[in-house]
Design a protein around this ligand. Structure first.
Ligand code: FES
Length: 145
């Protein structure tokens, strides 16, 4: 059911934990399944993501997608981090079963929420970033494949 990469990131998650005094922190949940994900970003003065960590209280696919998402945003600029969509995370994991696609949306939204927090704290605007939702379950009916 799950690809080797999903199993690898689930059993050996990368970048799990917290960042103290993070530049941006974002938490999103899905009220339908009850899963919650929190992302921490450490962003340098040039707007480059130096480090990213996550904490996920959720299913295995949510853990695997958070882990992969942290790997994908590291080293990117805040603008480039917007390209780490749920689709990009799924592709990097060689796919997810259709019933688990919503788990990858949690990862995308958690990154957006952390970027939003960073932008608010620094009084900047990140082009193309809109205010993230705290609960993504309303979007579930139309996931971005
Ligand atoms: Fe809810 Fe996976 S079942 S995030």
């Amino acid at each position: 059911m799950y690809t080797e990469k999903v199993m690898d990131h689930f059993t050996h998650p990368r970048n799990m934990g917290e960042i103290e005094n993070a530049s941006g922190v974002g938490t999103v949940g899905n009220a339908k399944c009850g899963d919650i994900m929190r992302m921490y970003l450490d962003i340098d003065d040039n707007g480059v993501i130096r480090d990213c960590k996550f904490k996920t209280f959720g299913c295995g696919a949510a853990v695997a997608t958070s882990s992969m998402a942290t790997e994908l945003v590291k080293g990117k600029s805040v603008q480039e981090a917007l390209s780490v969509t749920n689709k990009a995370v799924m592709e990097a994991l060689d796919g997810l079963p259709p019933v688990k696609v919503h788990c990858s949306l949690l990862a995308e939204e958690a990154i957006h929420a952390a970027l939003w927090d960073y932008a608010e704290k620094h009084n900047i605007k990140i082009e193309g970033l809109s205010k993230p939702k705290n609960d993504i379950s309303e979007e579930e009916e139309k996931p971005e494949y």
